[in-house]
Design a protein around this ligand. Structure first.
Ligand SMILES: Cc1ncc(COP(=O)(O)O)c(C=O)c1O
Length: 415
């Protein structure tokens, strides 16, 4: 099998570090360690189409990270990009918002079961922060309850004391609980009567470096009742799962109703738009919060979002993405087993997390992932993965062949 070389990637990275902090910052860069061992990974892409991207050395990857979630239909989807290009000819960033904004808002409200209204921004972190502000404006309270290991972006309130640039005051109103531990949430609520504005969590637990966990039976229903009884806003961060489990929202999928729901990835297949959906009772509070941005009302991503949501509904994307994910992961598990490796798959199949459970240090898993990436299947070591609609059976077969060879190499090297 062909093994990738990354000479141009490395040359470009050496140029990048001179003019860009960390060369590539954030979750796409090697500095955060997502790509360990870095020697196996490309740094810069050249182009992308369907289920693939190509790096600057011309290596092709079957992409199981999908830009960390936004790509749900595959890269450069013709219907979505076509709608965006048509809108671009009419206008994008204009003094008055385009009428298409209202059309998109109506579609979101029709699509998301809990939504009586929607507020658009750009990134997931814009709307998770807005959700906290709306909850505080509505309740007049300042404390929030969050789940340990949950990710809601990079605004100071989402980080930890001691991280560069973060001060105690940024996080002093946060309480942290363990996932699926209802009693802990209940205890904090009882110990702080009239102080908790919001409980925010993802619909199921998808942290990094840890197996993903679904909600325990009755967990969300108990949380819902607790929040209602104590006047606490229940905010669901559906930034990553949104439209991957259920077109009506992941709260529907798990059988409860949120007060606020944050969406971002997958709304517009890579075009920059995020959304906070809410119930009527919180609409005035949302209107009262001072919150906007230069590009938040730009029309092109709205056009892309309309085309994307309509297509996701038409093809029943959540169901088919789960099926593709199951086919892929069932194969990976049984190929691993044939070589004596216990590949543990958790989370939902369209967004699965995996690790080789024979070794708690993650090193064996990192090595296997690196061998897969070198052969053109783009996985990461410690983050959940994503399935996109453009992925074919042929791609899944090729991925299984790559995984087989990578397991074989690991076995020869270590056992
Ligand atoms: C669950 C969740 N919430 C919030 C965010 C932040 O979104 P963004 O990076 O678009 O600000 C992310 C991003 O990965 C996420 O996965």
């Amino acid at each position: 099998m062909n093994i990738n070389k990354y000479d141009k990637n490395r040359e470009l990275f050496m140029k990048a570090v001179k003019v860009i902090p960390a060369g590539i910052y954030g979750h796409l860069g090697p500095a955060e360690g997502c790509f360990t061992p870095v020697s196996a990974y490309p740094f810069f892409s050249q182009q992308a189409k369907g289920a693939y991207f190509w790096d600057v050395d011309g290596n092709r990857f079957i992409d199981y990270m999908c830009a960390y979630g936004p790509i749900i239909l595959g890269y450069n989807d013709e219907e979505v990009d076509g709608a965006a290009i048509e809108q671009l000819k009419k206008g994008n960033c204009v003094t008055s918002p385009s009428s298409i904004m209202v059309e998109f808002a109506e579609l979101m409200v029709d699509t998301v079961e809990m939504a009586d209204w929607v507020f658009f921004a750009k990134n997931g972190g814009d709307v998770t922060s807005f959700a906290i502000m709306v909850a505080r404006a509505a309740t007049g309270r300042k404390k929030v309850i969050l789940v340990n290991g949950g990710y809601h972006g990079v605004a100071p309130w989402t980080q930890q004391e001691g991280y560069p640039g973060i001060i105690k005051q940024d996080v002093e109103n946060n309480f942290y609980v363990e996932w699926n531990n209802f009693e802990e949430v209940e205890r904090i609520v009882k110990e702080h009567p009239g102080e908790i504005a919001c409980f925010m969590a993802t619909p199921y637990h998808h942290p990094v470096f840890a197996d993903n966990e679904l909600p325990a039976d009755g967990y969300w229903q108990k949380i819902r009742k607790l929040c209602t009884d104590h006047g606490i806003v229940l905010a669901i961060d559906d930034v990553r799962c949104g439209f991957r489990l259920d077109m009506a929202g992941s709260d529907q999928y798990f059988g409860f109703k949120a007060d606020l729901m944050c969406f971002c990835k997958a709304i517009a297949n890579g075009w920059s738009v995020s959304a906070l959906c809410g119930i009527d009772a919180l609409k005035d509070a949302a209107a009262s919060v001072k919150y906007t941005g230069s590009y938040w009302l730009s029309a092109v991503p709205f056009a892309a979002g309309i085309a994307c949501l309509n297509k996701l509904k038409k093809i029943d994307a959540p169901k088919h993405l789960q099926e593709k994910g199951k086919k892929l992961t069932d194969g990976l598990v049984s190929i691993g087993k044939a070589h004596g490796f216990d590949l543990k798959v958790t989370g939902v199949e369209s967004m699965w997390y995996m690790r080789i459970a024979n070794d708690d240090s993650f090193l064996l898993h990192q090595e296997w992932v690196a061998e897969c990436v070198r052969r053109g299947a783009f996985f990461t070591n410690h983050h959940n993965h994503f399935i996109n609609w453009a992925l074919t059976d042929e791609d899944i077969k090729k991925t299984h062949e790559i995984a087989d060879e990578a397991f074989h190499i690991l076995k020869k090297r270590h056992f």
